[in-house]
Design a protein around this ligand. Structure first.
Ligand code: GLA
Length: 385
């Protein structure tokens, strides 16, 4: 059996000492990295993420009543609320709103919830664009449904988490992060059609490693910038008479650009071209056409930089540094919501050391920041341990 991560062991100990008894139930849900298909999910488009071997863990014991008590080990904070009274947002702790939101949404959908004592910890870097929040929502959905004795499909768990985040936390995120955290497959990325929620498995070739580089850029006002991009896309779709930007081709968009403001035109161009790149990239990955994958990832980055305007100079620099090492033997681009966060690279393993060396010297010299590098595995979605 695999050795348990130190953080999970610490969580087990903290649970036992905080609640004066060992836990009986344990759950984990992974973070994710998106290989391509950025800001397409809330436009009903395509995404190609994989779950990664970094997790949020939730330990639990049932209670005989309707109280939920929570210990957030990473923050050394606690929360408590009652399922039989209206659930309000927490006045201070943002992490607590994920717990309250997930519970509240399940109740609103008519599920009956049992009280429980829970403890939470995780090793998904927080605020880095690797979906630590989605992994928390999904782990909690699995925990609360199991504790309460009903089954929640991965899809419904993901939708519940997304709604909780939309309503309780105020980020109008799409469905990608929760869905891949719930349904991820070992060794595979999923090509997700975010309109139908249909998923197609895409194997990641053995010859390629998934490398994530955290820029450690401090991200400010990310939710408002994210929500603003979403509004711009929705405004563009409305003016084009579409349900969503998913419903127009490159060619048709070019013919109708006059209907949009210059800013909306740029936003729409990103989404429409990114949808096309994402489907092509899934096929390229499946067929081992790394040269094409490399081009598509480079184009995706450029589109995020110039048309969607969600990259920052430090991220652009990282992409440039990695790309100079990897060339067309792999791909690299910013991943996630943007405005900082991480870069993802798919590259031959024998290039990793060289990337590490270049990033360790050039990145601090040019930005004054230090980057963290993770070699990841495409991993299984949420499970009970
Ligand atoms: C965040 C959101 C996702 C998605 C990405 C951008 O991670 O939670 O729904 O929109 O940004 O692709």
């Amino acid at each position: 059996m695999d050795k348990q991560p130190a953080q999970l062991v610490a969580l087990q100990q903290a649970f036992a000492s905080h609640y004066h008894q060992p836990h009986q139930l344990a759950f984990q849900a992974p973070g994710r990295v998106n290989l391509i298909g950025e800001h397409t999910d809330y436009n009903d488009g395509f995404v190609l993420p994989c779950a990664i071997n970094f997790y949020t863990w939730v330990l639990a014991n049932r209670r005989p009543d309707h109280k939920i008590r929570v210990l957030a080990l990473d923050y050394q904070q606690q929360d408590e609320f009652d399922l039989s009274a209206p659930i309000a947002a927490h006045p201070c702790y943002s992490w607590a709103n994920y717990v309250r939101g997930v519970a509240n949404n399940l109740l609103q959908q008519g599920y009956e919830l049992q009280g429980c004592d829970i403890a939470i910890s995780g090793n998904v870097p927080k605020g880095a664009g690797l979906s630590s929040s989605a992994s928390l929502e999904v782990a909690l959905g699995l925990c609360l449904s199991t504790v309460s004795g009903f089954e929640l499909s991965g899809r419904d768990n993901a939708l519940n988490g997304q709604q909780a985040e939309n309503q309780f936390v105020g980020c109008q995120c799409g469905i990608m992060d929760q869905l891949i955290s719930a349904l991820g497959q070992q060794g595979k990325a999923l090509l997700i059609d975010t309109r139908s929620l249909g998923c197609a498995e895409v194997s990641i070739p053995q010859s390629l490693s998934v490398l994530i580089i955290n820029s450690n850029v401090q991200r400010g006002l990310v939710d408002s910038a994210y929500n603003q991009r979403r509004q711009q896309c929705e405004a563009a779709a409305r003016k084009l008479g579409l349900v969503a930007l998913r419903d127009i081709s490159d060619l048709e968009l070019n013919q109708q650009l006059y209907k949009l403001s210059p800013l909306e035109a740029k936003r729409a161009r990103h989404v429409v071209s990114e949808n096309q790149r994402t489907r092509l990239a899934a096929r390229a990955l499946q067929q081992g056409d790394i040269r094409l994958l490399s081009t598509l990832m480079a184009q995706s980055h450029q589109s995020m930089q110039q048309d969607f305007e969600i990259t920052v100079p430090a991220i652009d620099l990282l992409v440039q540094l990695v790309s100079a090492v990897v060339g067309n033997e792999g791909g690299v681009r910013m991943t996630g919501g943007g405005f900082g966060g991480c870069v993802v690279a798919l590259l031959p393993s024998d290039k990793i050391a060289q990337v590490q060396a270049v990033v360790a010297t050039e990145y601090p010299a040019k930005t004054g920041l230090k980057a963290d590098i993770f070699v990841c595995e495409a991993s299984q979605g949420a499970t009970q341990l």
